[in-house]
Design a protein around this ligand. Sequence first.
Ligand code: ATP
Length: 875
Amino acid sequence: MAGYTPMIQQYLAIKEEAKDAFLFFRLGDFYEMFFDDAVLAARELEITLTGREGGGKEKIPMCGVPYHSASNYISRLIDKGYKVAVCEQVEDPSTAKGVVRREIVRVITPGTVMEDKSLDGTTNNFIASVVSVDGMLGLSACDLSTGELYVTSFPEGMTALLDELTVYEPSELVGDGELLAKLKAEAAWNRQLPMTAYGEKGEEQLRQKFGEEQVQELSAARRKAVAALVSYLEETQKRALSHMQSITAYEPNQFMVLDHYTRRNLELTETVQSRSKKGSLLWLLDRTGTAMGARLLRRWIDKPLLSSSAITRRLDAVETLHRNLILREDMRAQLQPIYDLERLVGRVAYGNANGRDLNALKSSLRRIPELKEMCMRSGADVLISLVENADDCADLADMIDTVLVEDAPLSIREGGLIRTGYDDYLDQLREASTNGKKWLAELERREREATGVKSLKIGYNKVFGYYLEVSKANLSMLPEGRYERKQTLANAERFVTPELKEKERLILEAEDKMVDVEYGRFLELRDHIALHLHRLQRAAALIAELDVYQSMATVSAERRYTRPEVGEAYDLTIEDGRHPVVEAVMEGANFIANGTSLARPDRSILLITGPNMAGKSTYMRQVALIGIMAQIGCFVPAKRAVIPLTDRIFTRIGAADDLIGGQSTFMVEMKDIQVMTEKATVSSLVIIDELGRGTSTGEGMAIAQAVIEYIHHHIGCKALVSTHFHELAHLEQSLSSLVNARMAVEESGKDVTFLRKLIPGAADTSYGIYCAQLAGLPSSIIGRAYDLLEQSGATGNADTPVTQASVPSIESRRKNIVQLSMFEEAAVAQAYSEPRKGSSKGEQLAENLRKLDLFNMTPMQAMQWLNEMKQKLSD
Ligand SMILES: Nc1ncnc2c1ncn2[C@@H]1O[C@H](COP(=O)(O)OP(=O)(O)OP(=O)(O)O)[C@@H](O)[C@H]1O
């Protein structure tokens, strides 16, 4: 450090405390960054990199951002996953001796942002900690913006950890270094997530914060997890986080387990393709009016319940609102204007709530009495018990009303906040200031009269204070010696008088004091409210819950959903079930309802065969979604549904390529199946789409059969399995609980119509070639494919009719091939027949291989292609 100026030495010493963050070093009106921070920040923020003499041999790289727009730059860095340490001047530069004292006042990280710009109103922003203690893993998660703090624990195991972490989708992770490293190596993990090794700290702090009783109830792993998280938060935020009032501890098995893959596949909160909320179950069910309600709905979807009494309670509430349109509409109208109380409470605790925030708090609290009244009037026990003893925080709303003006300004340091009549001294100061201003007006009038200058006026500026202004043309009219010249402008002169100076002093003093007094009163009010955070949080929770009920009731009523019967029994019955989201996006078009019956002893596994595009995946997802909707307490898209409590839904639908993770599709599939064999219980629901398709037909089929047998013999859970291996249909004979089903198809003339109807029995064709034709493959390929199919003898099984009509022969299907145009004929002939000049057979094969769209082929098609190419080579 030697050689550097004292300020740079100070910078370097402070930077030591925040090595992994950008240090925003306050210098006057700017935050400056130096050295490597400056180089990186200049690139990331696209700002100019300059240099500064710092006492060293070379200039120090430097860049900076104005303090008043710093939050924009900070948000951009946070969004990119960086941390920012904000370092302020903590003494008055005018009185400081030597270099002004500076300190880091807050470290902002992706998991600890409080700024609205970086927060999505309807989604929580969690930071989580993971620790390990004696074979147990502890996991804690906190949303700093709302103060929610959760903790749980479970026996060591990566699968369980990933399942639980997925619920929170944390934006930052802290905890045991070793565990974090293991997580980082996990294929299913987001490797960009910022992680900080941070453990072994803060248990004592925890006891002080939450009290011995709360902490004592936690197991060692949970204690360690919460301690690590809370101390990390308090250390980075440099303050006590008073809105984190209580620890919500839960057992993972209190809720249905949905692994990362299943959540994604069922598109619970976002779609697989675009990762957007639109098109997900959450999007469909979200008719909430408040941000708190929207976040709670997401949490409910993330964690379906396993207690039938709790589900019944929710269903009762939804039913009440479902039946009563007027109540529902009134409630929506009351909820709509309510602000995000949870985040307002966070800001109060953080000390950055302004007058508008408190007014927003007030107007939101004012809605509670009417909401309570509505619930009481509903006559429904569930709503009455919810609000009966609820605290509407009227005293807090009244207090805000007494202290603050209606249209409070953004700033809390410039006055204009406090109501007249609230503080005598403030009123006196205001009086003095107003009287002073009246006096000024009077002076202006008097001086005009005395001098005869009609345009004489009194003005104010920050440098000279109050002055009398007279235009140059009228200067001669002024009496000698009465005015003291202060400032000369192009067309006018400005003067003061001793009398004016005296009044000015009184007015300015009063205004200064007014601002101070107002600021003080505002802080008192905010501090008072901060003493009641837990009450406000309870009020927010009540509003959120009512909002979710009305949201689910609104969707249920609009979409004609029915109340499911949820219970402990094994059997599942859905009459005329629909896929909620597919049905919604189809709008005018007709979604075909399908029933489901899974029961012991003779039909717990449904083996679904049938053509591509027939609706198998939609059907299987629909069963899972109806189960989830029932267990979150929502009505379901069916005529009638009896839903047994399901402890875990396991899905393996479509190709979940983990190419970035370096695993093949087949390997991922097999790993998922392994997890299923380990975790599924008799109360689980297993859904597997096209099991074993990622390997050779023979082996794929063998694995599929073995897995189905395992589910049948060893797990005994309900399962829906779809397959293109029609040969597996014979399992119906050997496995007593398995039944065959298929999606009906109708052929007429040239067309195949997918009826989307599930009917008993097995199918014998996939209509794969027909689908290929629909997709626009050249007709020569389609023709060739039918040839090969015929040669291989796969002409269908006469015992198992595919459609209500009969299975058309390959010949009749072939007839449907559209005639090729002359041009296509020529192109195909060239591609297929003689090798092009100069290209060897090998090269041509390579060319064909390159063009092959493997992901859209069944194993059977791939085999056929290989066979064909082999023949070409030996020709
Ligand atoms: N019950 C239904 N009513 C109306 N349309 C449906 C129904 N089920 C599915 N569909 C429509 O059919 C399309 C194909 O369905 P789906 O993906 O479920 O078929 P699939 O049998 O799984 O096909 P593949 O085996 O090729 O994956 C869906 O995108 C949807 O638009």
